[in-house]
Write a protein that binds this ligand. Sequence first.
Ligand SMILES: *Cc1c(COP(=O)(O)O)cnc(C)c1O
Length: 403
Amino acid sequence: MNPPHAPLMDEPLPRPRRWGAPEMARLAAMLEQDSLFYWNGQQTVALLGGFRELYPLEYAFACSSGSAAIHIAIAALRLKPGDEVIVPPITDMGTVIGILYQQCVPIFADLDPATYNLDPADVRRRISSRTRAIIAVHLAGNPCDVSQLQVIAREHNLALIEDCAQAWGARAQGAPVGLAGNLACYSLNQHKHVTCGDGGIVATNDLRYGPGLGKWGDKHYDRMAGGRDPEELAPNYRISEPQSAVAAAQLKRLPEIAARRSAAGDRLTALLSGTPGLRLPRVNAGDTSSYWFYLVRVEAEKFRVTRNELAASLAAEGVACQAGYIPRPIYQYPVFRNHNFFGGQWPIRDLGLTSVDYRNVSCPVAEEILRDCIIFTLNEAMSDSYIDKLAHAIRAGSKRSLK
Ligand SMILES: *Cc1c(COP(=O)(O)O)cnc(C)c1O
């Protein structure tokens, strides 16, 4: 339903042009090659070279997706069936898929109500004698409290994996995200800051995991030594040269994309600060968010309308937004509720290697965030003046719906 007056937001949503001449040039060069196989392919070499310029991680493997990168990271830890990995409940399925395929157990810890990232205090509460790792997801480009998570990981001898899929270009205490943990994972899917349609990178400086990383994404073949005599079970998660060609060109765009998004998001926070009924995302002092999206929480008791109605009324005013994010916390998805992981069964539970029952899991803060959040679209094509108008529209539009 359109409002009877002129919409508060009269500028169309700016859409960044994401690909162009640099991607085309790399694709053209690629077609001159003899091989489109990733191993020593010039495009994959260029992708990993460009990656290391941004992220000083000596061992990096380009793979088929962010989910693949995380599966490879988990596999590289060589966990035992029934070992536990602590994860946040608001994330993409890709964060937990690899854990389950390795016959391990995702354990959900609750979130900080203002950063929407893992709450270190709750992570501590969820640690058991079976805990082996933590996956820290930098949600929406906002860095986790990595220093606290590092302390916990060290204290309990846990591996720390950083899921940087939504956080290309973000900085934790000045350093690019991914350098604080043992392993870092990135996604290049269509919806991320930089993309080649689908792709991923897993990387580390840790000598225990680095040299073998590639094997975990390539059937455990040893491409270096030329051997096809696998010692372990590993999937084929290879990237290909067409993907790498586009991704290598995309990485050159990242600094500008991230800087623009950081500026836009911080500007929006400054302009919206103090808006009655809205709780804005907190970026910890010293961190830089690259705002994959902009998530605001609605103080329901202050409004005459529901969260869904507020989002719909803002959308009708020309504000690009949606009510909510994922439909429910990951542990409430049917696959978890029914423990339907392998043909309707969960072998490790049947074998007594875990007693976790996902029907009993609860993370109240995460549940509340999903009930009361509105996500605003934010992108690198938005000028300062667009952000100014957007902030005005959100302020004026939400004010009308207050009690
Ligand atoms: C996108 C995403 C993934 C998975 O990446 P794919 O490339 O889609 O497999 C994992 N974790 C988070 C937080 C993501 O946003």
